[in-house]
Design a protein around this ligand. Structure first.
Ligand SMILES: C[S@@+](CC[C@H](N)C(=O)[O-])C[C@H]1O[C@@H](n2cnc3c(N)ncnc32)[C@H](O)[C@@H]1O
Length: 270
């Protein structure tokens, strides 16, 4: 027997987005590790606590808060990220040693889905390979912000038989260079849609998805970009933080008729 970690996707802001598997996983944990980050901050901490309070039926669940280290702002981005992950792995190693027994189970609550722009899985691998404490882990999927975005706008993520690129605002700001006609953008601190150079593209934008503060805008990029930026700034000023994500869809004329209508095979029609 060994210690076990459950990496649990909790959805991106709506407590009702937890799956039954996630609820059962929460209830299987002897301790839950809850990060405190800077910025978005109290809201996310409270939401994690609310989720634990609402779904954990065992008596007195052990909620262990810890301060998430801050990534240093460094011109060498990959090195800064590596060091940051190492620091987080060190904290998880210490929490595993101190907060659960040798056969205990700990839960790590991950925003949205752990496979999308989240490094918890990478950190677990690192800790398991190089840490001093033996443990195994599993991953429970969650509903990601991208899924909520598509659901709210009532759009499929992909067009028939077409690829979709998922990228960051930082990368989109460097230019829309891939062949993909559709791009989903996360982690955009620079309002990269403003400089996308595609006024005729459609944008489907959402902030605080799944929460009571949710804001949605869609339309022709050239028509709505300024309005999104205005809403974004006002919301950030009001709440002190913002999380938003969006899909930009180039006009269908950029695709050939074959691209749009003839699936390459049956699977591509999905
Ligand atoms: C570190 S990534 C985590 C993504 C998360 N794992 C997921 O599945 O949604 C954070 C980014 O996800 C997006 N995001 C997360 N939650 C969101 C929400 N409730 N509304 C809008 N965007 C959100 C934003 O682009 C944010 O910058």
């Amino acid at each position: 027997m060994t210690r076990r970690v459950r990496v649990i996707g909790i959805g991106a802001g709506n407590p009702e987005h937890l799956t039954m598997e996630a609820v059962n996983a929460l209830n299987s944990c002897d301790a839950l590790f809850l990060p405190r980050k800077g910025g978005e901050k109290d809201f996310l901490v409270r939401l994690r606590e609310q989720i634990c309070g609402r779904y954990i039926t065992r008596k007195d669940p052990k909620l262990v808060h810890f301060d998430m280290p801050v990534r240093r702002k460094d011109s060498n981005y990959p090195a800064a990220v590596d060091d940051w992950h190492l620091a987080i792995a060190g904290i998880y190693g210490q929490l595993l040693a101190e907060e659960i027994g040798p056969e205990g189970t700990a839960g790590v609550l991950v925003w949205g889905d752990p496979m999308l722009y989240d490094s918890t899985i990478r950190i677990m691998e690192h800790l398991r390979d190089r840490g001093r404490i033996a443990f195994d882990y599993d991953v429970i999927p969650g509903i990601s912000s991208l899924q909520v975005l598509c659901a709210r706008h009532r759009i499929p993520l992909n067009r028939i038989g077409q690829p979709v690129e998922i990228t960051t605002g930082r990368r989109l700001a460097q230019g829309w260079t891939t062949g993909s006609a559709d791009v989903a953008v996360m982690l955009d601190g620079v309002q990269a849609y403003e400089g996308a150079g595609e006024p005729d593209a459609q944008i489907f934008w959402g902030a605080y998805l799944g929460t009571e503060m949710e804001i949605l805008v869609s339309g022709r990029l050239g028509d709505v970009a300024a309005e999104i930026s205005r809403l974004r700034q006002a919301a950030r000023a009001k709440h002190g933080w913002i999380m938003d994500t969006y899909l930009i869809r180039r006009p269908a004329s950029g695709l050939t008729a074959q691209d749009e209508t003839v699936p390459l095979n049956r699977e591509d029609a999905a």
